[in-house]
Write a protein that binds this ligand. Structure first.
Ligand code: ADP
Length: 497
């Protein structure tokens, strides 16, 4: 398939056919310099969906130049103007929910129902930040001696590098693009190579909504290290917002140090899921299904370690295993599928390795644990009982549908074990005692806590972690702050009046 030069359809409904496959730079769709492409695969079938322009360093430089050229005029636009572009994008994304969901399922694997849920979640960032764009506020005070006015204003930080992962291709895009647009920043978006089509579809929607040329530039590449380094070392890009692995986040932070760039990092997690003896077991199992099985477990918020009080560990594990075993695994595009394939063969091999390690160290598989035959990167929903604390699963983000259950005896012990990790994104606490819920929630070293719920993500809430899970927050009232600088004007007051 060849790259297109213009978006081919304004009302696409036909699989990936309506999506431009070029680079989107300065408001134009074009091939990569050198004409390279890479193929996008459906992880359920191995089918090649499209060939997408594969950017190199010259393309990276042009995208940066386009963002830099557009920045000054874009920063001066009226907040309402930016707000209405976001609102139009919200309306279009919602209007095309089914189509976008199908695109995402095709390139990423998640079941259609989940993909539709992600489209709604992703759209909500557009609406939320359309509302925030017109609420950017400052401050006005006087110096202590009364001699000067202090007038504090907010300005966009400048051109931004946005890097997104493959697990939530649409929502991770809107979670970064929407606040950047609201704040008046231009940007270079580099999506994950596994899922470029969703980002290209979103770029076409923004173009249709009247986003000025050069504000959003989308650069797909199989050589992220080279392309992104061009931007990081340029001195012209003023901010990096990254969602992905802790290892890559650290590389980018080192690069950001050289040009002193503002940095927002959403990195890995190793979420503890604590079920106290007094928890309602049905609520806890329901929460576990959400916290573990959303996105086949391929989420940084996924419960990675399920600590269940010894008195109820067997009952909890059995019920969870029953629910997990009932799930229908298959191609996400097929009716009734509840669990799609994992993203690729490396992702699946890692899951199998971690499960094998836990089994070798004495765990029991109550369901799953075996690689299925046939095409696609499928892995069965798996519950492991009596997982040893020494298992590699305890210190590694599994990113798959595997629930390891570890019994515990007392609260101090479980908090110590839950916090014994370099990560700190999210934790979950299940108990019917409100004091215990607050106490455990406060003692967990994480950025977010789900209390009797397995889902914390919401555009109105500040998403982010502590320790090596990241820096900064996305969404909520503070989400836009990541894209704004303070500026203060000192204005002397007339004396003696
Ligand atoms: P995963 O292992 O889940 O794919 P990564 O952290 O490797 O997580 O990928 C997240 C995003 O970071 C993707 O868009 C990927 O292309 C990008 N990426 C990977 N390596 C680098 C790098 N050296 N510099 C910049 N971006 C990178």
């Amino acid at each position: 398939m060849n790259a297109t030069t213009t978006p081919t359809s304004t009302t696409p409904t036909d699989g990936v056919a309506g999506i431009p496959t070029g680079l989107f730079i300065g408001g134009r769709w074009r091939d990569a310099c050198g004409g390279k492409f890479f193929e996008v695969e459906n992880p359920a079938t191995g089918e090649v969906l499209a060939a997408v322009a594969d950017a190199g360093p010259t393309d990276a430089d042009e995208a940066l130049a386009a963002a830099v050229a557009a920045q000054a005029a874009w920063a001066r636009t009226a907040p309402r103007y930016r707000s209405e572009i976001l609102r139009r994008a919200y309306d279009l994304v919602i209007a095309r929910q089914d189509w976008l969901a199908e695109v995402m399922t095709s390139e990423m694997g998640k079941p259609l129902a989940e993909a539709k849920g992600e489209v709604a979640y992703a759209a909500e960032f557009l609406r939320w930040f359309s509302e925030e764009a017109v609420r950017i506020s400052g401050d006005h005070t006087t110096t202590g001696d009364g001699a000067n006015r202090i007038i504090v204003t907010r300005e966009p930080v400048g051109p931004c590098v946005l890097i997104t992962p493959w697990n939530f291709p649409l929502a991770m895009g809107t979670r970064k693009i929407a606040p950047a647009v609201a704040a008046g920043c231009t940007m270079m978006l580099k999506p994950a190579p596994q899922t470029p089509l969703t980002s290209l579809a979103l770029a076409a929607i923004f173009q249709e909504c009247g986003l000025p040329d050069g504000v959003l530039n989308v650069v797909n590449t199989t050589d992220a290290a080279t392309v992104v380094e061009r931007w990081m070392s340029s001195g012209d890009a003023r901010k990096i917002s990254f969602t992905g692995s802790t290892a890559v986040g650290k590389i980018l932070l080192r690069q950001a140090a050289d040009t002193v760039m503002r940095s927002s990092m959403e990195l890995g997690g190793n979420a503890p899921f604590i079920v106290c003896a007094d928890a309602d077991i049905d609520t806890a199992v329901e929460g576990a299904m959400g916290a573990k099985m959303r996105n086949m477990g391929e989420a940084c918020t996924a419960a990675n370690r399920m600590y269940v009080h010894r008195d109820i560990a067997a009952a909890f594990s059995e019920r969870l295993a029953r629910r997990m075993a009932e799930l229908k695994v298959g191609n996400g595009l097929d009716d009734g599928t509840q669990v799609g394939p994992l993203i690729d063969s490396a992702g699946r091999a890692k899951v199998q390795r971690l499960v094998d390690d836990a089994l070798t160290r004495g765990a029991t598989a109550l369901t799953g644990g075996q690689l299925p035959d046939g095409p696609g990167y499928f892995y069965p929903p798996t519950v492991l009982a009596d997982v040893s604390p020494e298992s590699e699963l305890m210190t590694t983000e599994v990113f798959g549908p595997v629930a390891p259950v570890i019994p515990f005896d007392d609260e101090d012990e479980v908090i110590a074990r839950a916090n014994d990790t370099e990560w700190g994104l999210v934790g979950y606490v299940f108990t019917q005692d409100i004091d215990r819920a607050f106490d455990l929630g406060e003692r967990l070293e994480v950025g977010m806590v789900g209390v009797n719920t397995g889902v914390v993500s919401n555009p109105a809430a500040p998403f982010g972690g502590v320790k090596q899970s990241g820096l900064g927050r996305e969404g909520g009232k503070v989400g836009i702050d990541e894209f704004l600088e303070y500026k203060y004007l000192s204005v002397p007051r007339r004396q003696g009046r």
